[in-house]
Design a protein around this ligand. Structure first.
Ligand SMILES: [Zn+2]
Length: 120
């Protein structure tokens, strides 16, 4: 008996909630036949099997489309400038804190006043 809101993955055979499947409008159910976990594993396996080919293709594409690739990166940088800045700032502060912790800079000594030595 099929539970509503659930679907069985044809790759791993597990019954999972619908949100574990990627939407696929070409399918009658509206969802991919393989769960996201299986799809992700398949694409990772594919990448690993074809890694060299993929890297070679990327290099070739970049060389042949230098202007297009540069324009894309410039546009991306302009669009994400604030995030970029925030990430760099966060990195700077994290690294600075790590450096200070490594150096074990002692906290400034507790200042104690000897009231008897204070002249009026
Ligand atoms: Zn699966």
């Amino acid at each position: 008996m099929k539970r509503t809101g659930f679907k069985t993955c044809t790759a791993c055979g597990c019954e999972k909630p619908l949100d574990a499947f990627a939407p696929d409008p070409s399918k009658k159910s509206g969802y991919s036949a393989h769960c996201k976990e299986c799809r992700s594993k398949r694409s990772r396996d594919y990448y690993l099997r074809n890694r060299e080919k993929r890297i070679a293709w990327q290099k070739q594409y970049t060389a042949a489309n230098r202007a297009k690739v540069n324009a894309y990166h410039r546009a991306y940088y302009a669009k994400h400038y604030e995030e970029h800045l925030a990430r760099n700032r966060a990195y700077y502060h994290r690294k600075r804190a790590e450096r200070l912790a490594r150096a074990e800079i002692p906290a400034p000594p507790e200042i104690s006043y000897d009231s008897s030595k204070i002249d009026d």
